[in-house]
Design a protein around this ligand. Structure first.
Ligand code: NAD
Ligand code: UFG
Length: 383
């Protein structure tokens, strides 16, 4: 098997047949990704849909720091324009553009792809509230599925064939085992998860019909944490659905106490176990994926998690340690649809990309706390 770097070094051909070589190749591309022969920056421009959101904004910072140009395309339905200013401040980069637009708006997507001379797309844009997806399914199918189809059709027309898609561990549903491997048959148990699986299926079909496409389906486990500058972080609107942002709001005094959803699960302390992954590790996974797709026209399906799970009580304790604040909580009934435990088998991502999550639970809590302490109202008080 041989891989050719078609876009970067032009003539370089790399012969490889095993994963040790992958490490070497990735190291080469990490060094040379953005440089041409004279050592100046290449015109690599990435369109990041949903780039003003939580995971998107952290990924944009790392893309800019790697020397890439970025166009954020976001309708700001769950984010703020202030994020873009924060990213500019953080990186000092002049290579960031922002387009306020909706992925379902064909003309806007076409202009963004064509006018900006985009080489690859990282597709975060989507709605993600599981409960809302059950009560407003059409909103989710329209936004997440129809929006993705419009984006892909316009990519096809503009000959852009590299895409990294934000999928989710939710696609697995409720399998027999708690450790999810990429081969675990997907069977999502809610509308949100089904929208993710449908887009995965669309991309798999696209790859079959257009073998030159370079596609990654990244299944995130539970993203938490924030950039260590305290300038960007998760900024949920209304009452947070998820554990870490809720705890952060309790710590900062916005909410009185946390409801722990059940302590009668078959787990060591009775509360739910999850694979929490630092958003900075997740962002690094996207950069590694883009680098890999650049050298290999393939379709990747990868878990991005740590492989380790923590209980709700573990997270409360770690957050109290990081913040020095007590987190009052009350145990209430189980939340419908919750599972006792699940976590990633992250070994395939390490084998293929050479990527592995580095940051532990203490860093996840410390960085979340720094962000929340510095921005108790999130971005809402920032012009
Ligand atoms: P987020 O809501 O913070 O970011 C999503 C961004 O997409 C927002 O800025 C929103 O304004 C934008 N957006 C939504 N619909 C759009 C549309 N039609 N056109 C243009 N922009 C649109 O969410 P996040 O946590 O950063 O998640 C990013 C992606 O990762 C989502 O696709 C989500 O489903 C997926 N994901 C998230 C998690 C998680 O727990 N955070 C877990 C697994 C997968
Ligand atoms: N929990 C509480 N109280 C809360 C919130 C959560 O006890 O106020 C518990 C839950 O019962 C669960 C754990 O904390 O045991 C984690 O819950 P989250 O809501 O933070 O995360 P989930 O695992 O339920 O789901 C999240 C996202 C999904 C995404 C999935 C990826 O909500 O969209 O992670 O694995 F797909």
């Amino acid at each position: 098997m041989f891989w050719v770097d078609e876009q970067n070094s032009g003539s370089r051909t790399i012969t490889s047949s095993n994963n040790d070589d992958t490490q070497e190749i990735l190291a080469y591309f990490t060094r040379s990704y953005c440089k041409n022969k004279r050592g100046t920056e290449m015109e690599e421009k990435i369109l990041v849909t949903g780039g003003a959101g939580y995971i998107g904004s952290h990924t944009v910072v790392q893309l800019l720091e790697a020397g890439l140009s970025v166009v954020v395309f976001d309708n700001l339905s769950n984010s703020s324009r202030a994020v873009i200013d924060r990213i500019s401040k953080l990186t000092g980069s002049k290579s960031l553009d922002f387009i306020e637009g909706d992925i379902r708006d064909r003309t806007a997507v076409r202009h963004a792809l064509r006018d900006q001379k985009i080489s690859a797309v990282v597709h975060f844009a989507g709605l993600k509230a599981v409960g809302e997806s059950e009560t407003e399914p059409l909103k989710y199918y329209d936004n997440n599925v129809s929006g993705s189809v419009v984006l892909l059709e316009e990519m096809m027309k503009t000959d852009i064939n590299t895409i990294v898609f934000s999928s989710s561990a939710t696609v697995y549903g409720n399998p027999e085992y708690s450790q999810y491997h990429e081969d675990t048959p997907p069977a999502p148990a809610n509308v949100y998860g089904r929208t993710k699986l449908i887009v995965e299926d669309i991309l798999r079909d696209l790859k079959k019909s257009q073998p030159s496409w370079r596609i990654a389906l990244l299944r995130y486990f539970n993203p938490v944490g924030a950039h260590d500058s305290g300038l960007i972080g998760e900024n949920p609107k209304g009452i947070p659905n998820n554990l870490m942002p809720f705890i952060a709001q309790v710590a900062v005094g916005v909410r009185q106490k946390l409801s722990v959803y059940g302590n009668d699960y078959p787990t060591p302390d009775g509360t739910g176990l999850r694979d929490y992954i630092h958003v900075e590790d997740l962002a690094a996974g996207h950069l590694a994926t883009l680098q890999y797709l650049k050298i290999k026209p393939t379709l990747l399906t990868l878990n991005l998690g740590t492989g380790q799970s923590y209980s709700v009580l573990d997270i409360i304790k770690a957050f109290e340690k990081a913040s020095g604040k007590a987190i009052p909580y009350e145990v209430v009934g189980r939340r419908e649809g919750d599972l006792a435990e699940y976590y990633a088998d992250p070994s395939l991502a390490e084998k293929i990309l050479g990527w592995k999550a580095q940051l532990g639970i203490d860093r996840m809590c410390a960085d979340t706390w720094r962000w929340k302490k510095n921005n108790p109202a999130g971005y809402s008080n920032i012009k």
